[in-house]
Design a binder for this molecule. Structure first.
Ligand SMILES: Nc1ncnc2c1ncn2[C@@H]1O[C@H](COP(=O)(O)OP(=O)(O)OP(=O)(O)O)[C@@H](O)[C@H]1O
Ligand SMILES: [Mg+2]
Length: 414
């Protein structure tokens, strides 16, 4: 299908409007050859892609395996390589041309660093916008933490290092990520003939072996927002409930430090096997984050975490955003510099106290029950709903405020 050439959205998005503001399908941008250096082509992508299996479903998209037949130009995805195509349907309630453009710009900025999946090209037809990325075939960080319960410290260090490398790069290039969570980091897989992806582009089941897991990559930039140095955003909250920083939950302006808090949640989950702030309902989780209680179990798993690793968790989960390290500073934390190997400085984890030992059986039973119920998964699903509702409510309030002020330009900042 042909693009619509009267699309009003022609200026670069300075402040991305929240998705909740766009409940009507809109055409994406027209008349462009590249966005942030990424080729943006109009037409049916099936003209150049052979489709494979479904790889995943997100709240705004579905992702399908594909391979590209010979590229028509020097720009674009390499032929024959395993690709993952994120399909953002235009009739989806949360589709927004402005947001998709913002996602492509954020992804392009992030992909200049090795901790983000490559974005090769974008296609657009009447039905959807298609983000053509490298396929990650090494499995999901989320699945790994769920399956293993907790990772060996060197593996947890490698994972949070990848998250921090991505954040340091995005923060330096003027972006806040705003949806740092386990689900948004996938292992790239090792590209070898016959490993990870079958001939027709369908993904093979992820294998647990580290030999084929490859590096950890950020895959989802749909919530990112431009941020001047030191700037905070006071718009609707973005992100997933269990990972929200206290200042976001409180509705205060939030900036880069909120990403560091979320990275702290990932590190905690990797070290302990559970997210730091839990609860039976999203309200419980939000209350735990706001009050600093109800989460952070001090039981068995935490007792086994080394002192230097705990110190980094504590720094990232500082309640005062100003007290959190920057991503660049966090990368220089001694535990990360040591690759998570707890050497002379760290020593072995402290022995369990009598109370902790008694709590061990209780914790284990509780963790097993929670795992059996798939609580982590359902909490994440509920969290998504909750954030969506909160975003819609706040966006509506904000829109009403702006309307009242009727001053024109303010954008998404307050
Ligand atoms: N490059 C990739 N390779 C393999 N699988 C992928 C890739 N990108 C995404 N996926 C799978 O698709 C899922 C959805 O992708 P993504 O997070 O980008 O979508 P989304 O609609 O923005 O999701 P949400 O808003 O719910 O986080 C991922 O959780 C993952 O399982
Ligand atoms: Mg996602």
């Amino acid at each position: 299908m042909q693009p619509q050439h009267d699309d009003p959205v022609a200026a670069p998005p300075v402040a991305l409007l929240p998705a909740a503001n766009h409940h009507h399908p809109q055409p994406a941008l027209a008349g462009e050859k590249t966005v942030a250096g990424v080729p943006w082509r109009y037409g049916d992508p099936s003209a150049v892609l052979d489709w494979g299996a479904d790889l995943g479903v997100g709240s705004r998209s579905r992702v399908r395996a594909a391979t590209r037949r010979a590229p028509p130009t020097a720009l674009g995805a390499p032929a024959g390589r395993p690709l993952a195509v994120k399909i953002l349907a235009k009739d989806h309630a949360r589709f927004s041309a402005l947001d998709v453009r913002g996602e492509v710009e954020a992804h392009a900025a992030a992909a200049a660093c090795p901790a983000a999946v490559a974005l090769h090209e974008v296609w657009e037809d009447g039905d959807a916008v298609y983000l053509v990325q490298d396929a990650c075939t090494g499995g999901e960080l989320y699945d790994r933490v769920r399956a293993q319960g907790r990772l060996p410290e060197p593996d947890a260090a490698a994972a949070v290092r990848a998250v921090l490398v991505l954040l340091a790069h995005m923060h330096a290039s003027g972006w806040a990520h705003r949806d740092v969570k386990l689900e948004n980091f996938l292992y790239a897989g090792v590209r070898e003939e016959g490993v990870g992806v079958s001939g027709d582009g369908a993904a093979a089941p992820p294998t647990p072996s580290s030999a084929v897991r490859g590096p950890l990559l950020g895959v989802d930039f749909g919530s990112a927002a431009r941020l001047a140095p030191g700037e905070s955003l006071a718009g609707p909250p973005a992100g997933s409930v269990p990972y929200l920083a206290p200042e976001v939950v409180a509705g205060r302006p939030a900036g880069r430090p909120a990403d560091l808090w979320s990275a702290g949640c990932i590190l905690f989950a990797a070290l302990v096997g559970q997210l730091p702030f839990g609860g039976d309902t999203d309200d419980d989780v939000l209350a735990a984050i706001a009050g600093g209680v109800g989460g952070v179990p001090r039981g068995t798993a935490w007792a086994r975490v080394s002192e230097p690793a705990r110190a980094l968790v504590a720094a990232l989960l500082a309640r005062d955003p100003g007290a959190r390290p920057t991503a660049a500073d966090a990368l220089n934390h001694p535990w990360l510099l040591a690759g998570g190997e707890c050497g002379a400085d760290g020593g072995p984890p402290p022995p369990l106290s009598r109370d902790e030992a008694r709590g061990r059986a209780r914790d284990a039973a509780r963790e097993a029950a929670a795992a059996a119920k798939g609580r982590l998964a359902s909490a994440a699903a509920r969290a998504r709903e909750r954030v969506r509702d909160a975003m819609a409510a706040r966006a509506a309030a904000k829109a009403a405020r702006l309307e009242r002020r009727s001053s024109g330009g303010g954008g998404g900042r307050g």
